[in-house]
Design a protein around this ligand. Structure first.
Ligand SMILES: C[S@@+](CC[C@H](N)C(=O)[O-])C[C@H]1O[C@@H](n2cnc3c(N)ncnc32)[C@H](O)[C@@H]1O
Length: 433
């Protein structure tokens, strides 16, 4: 691709992302699939520009507003280039329909921004922190003085974390297999099964991934699966299993022994798990599509499971490093609806736990309404459950330094280098004899 074609593609892709409610990575993957002629190097270059613009969108838009310039994808890309210290070189514009030469206003915008710091002290906190304005009081209450540092860590790109599939390899063996393929990785600090890659790779081309030795999973997500404490021979439910990210980790912890049910209301998600289960050599999983909280299977299976993991649908506010666009579509109404759904889902799943068994509630959200408050309300309504504080369980489960002092697993990019995650372990009291 010529430099002009790359720039035009970045603008076009940003336009497509803006025009839909679908996640940016899905839009990008569709965009590139329809343009097979774009090679991998060009694809990377286009995506790099697009993701950099998405990560700085609020600050770029603040400047565009300040300078009285329309907020369109082309203006955002021009602003990005100016902040990056680039030049409006003639080869960036070949004069074709998709890459016209910059007009007078565009040149003026570029000259005004060139060499400027993208931060301006007059920017409100939500612009500096790149989060929706309506979340300000919530994040302020959560983090107070460290709020800007917390959200700054959520702006950066996340590393690529892998979980070693202990059904096929030890962490040492996986490290060696990756090294043989020229891939440098290092052990994650908190997850005993985690590896962090030093640079991004296309895993589909990596033999260790194709052979199921490793799976992509953020270190925080690995820790959530770990605190569920699934063991060989147990009966376990992954209640909101989706495409099986945590199911795979649970199956490995169970050494493929026992019964693991992966359920979800979305059939297409459960279907997506199949290929991953096969690649990972997992064969103790039953996939089950449920109709919702009134599904008869839940009633029939009441009190039969040693472990119930509820990885609830949530705002995803802990994953902004990966999905910098999603936050702009999130509304307060969405949050309130999700909190109500989380209540219903947790109440429903709790019926499945055996006396003495564990119920783990988790989200990839940082918001207390979806996390601590949800769990505290649940415990108040369910006197047959008690909290099992994470620090008491950690040494046996992970053997690494416990990342939290309080009862719940609350992780953030700033404090733990993981995505934002929350998990609470609760135990159903054993029946009195
Ligand atoms: C956070 S995602 C799960 C991610 C998955 N556990 C993983 O680790 O890859 C939440 C899942 O909850 C599912 N879900 C939504 N409403 C549900 C309900 N009422 N009952 C069960 N699952 C539900 C969604 O389809 C989605 O797959």
């Amino acid at each position: 691709m010529t430099p002009a074609a790359r720039l035009a593609a970045a603008i076009e892709l940003l336009d497509e992302i803006e025009a839909t409610h679908r996640p940016a990575d899905q839009v990008a993957s569709f965009y590139f699939k329809g343009r097979r002629y774009i090679g991998s190097k060009d694809r990377r270059a286009v995506a790099e520009t697009v993701w950099r613009v998405l990560r700085r969108k609020a600050r770029i838009d603040w400047w565009l507003e300040f300078l009285g310039h329309p907020h369109d994808a082309r203006a955002r890309v021009f602003a990005d280039l100016a902040f990056e210290g680039g030049e409006l070189k003639p080869e960036l514009f070949d004069g074709a329909h998709s890459a016209p030469k910059p007009g007078k206003e565009e040149r003026r915008l570029f000259d005004q921004l060139k060499g400027k710091d993208i931060f301006n002290r007059d920017m409100p906190t939500w612009v500096k922190g790149e989060f929706p304005e309506w979340l300000t009081p919530r994040l302020d209450a959560l983090w107070g003085e460290t709020m800007l540092r917390e959200v700054a860590a959520m702006r950066d790109e996340a590393p690529l974390d892998l979980r070693v599939n202990t059904l096929k390899a030890t962490r040492e063996e996986a490290l060696i297999a990756l090294k043989k393929e020229g891939i440098a990785a290092e052990p994650c600090p908190l997850s005993p099964l985690g590896l962090r890659l030093k640079s991004r790779v296309a895993l589909v081309q990596v033999q260790a991934w194709r052979n199921g030795l490793i799976e992509v999973q953020d270190e925080g997500s690995q820790l959530v699966a770990l605190v569920a404490d699934a063991r060989p021979g147990m009966a376990v439910v992954d209640y909101c299993a989706g495409a099986g990210g945590k199911t795979l980790a649970l199956a490995a912890a169970m050494q493929n022994k026992g019964r693991l049910v992966a359920c979800d209301v979305a059939e297409w998600r459960v279907d997506k798990a199949q290929e991953r289960l096969r690649r990972n050599g997992v064969h103790n999983v039953t996939r089950r599509v449920i109709s919702g909280e009134s599904d008869k299977w839940i009633k029939r299976s009441a009190g039969s499971y040693d472990r119930v993991l509820v990885d609830a649908p949530c705002t995803g506010t802990g994953t902004w490093r990966r999905n910098p666009d999603a936050k702009w579509q999130l509304t307060e109404t969405d949050l309130l609806e999700l909190v109500e759904r989380q209540r219903a889902i947790l109440d429903s799943a709790a019926r499945l736990t055996k006396p003495g068994g564990l119920l783990v509630y988790a989200t990839c959200s940082i918001l207390p309404e979806e996390n601590e408050k949800r769990v505290e309300a649940f415990l108040a309504d369910h006197p047959d459950y008690v909290a099992r504080p994470i620090p008491e369980l950690w040494a046996e489960l992970a053997g690494t330094p416990c990342p939290v002092a309080g009862p719940w697993l609350r992780l953030s990019p700033l404090s733990h280098g993981t995505d934002g995650f929350f998990a609470a372990v609760m135990q159903k009291k054993a029946e009195e004899s």
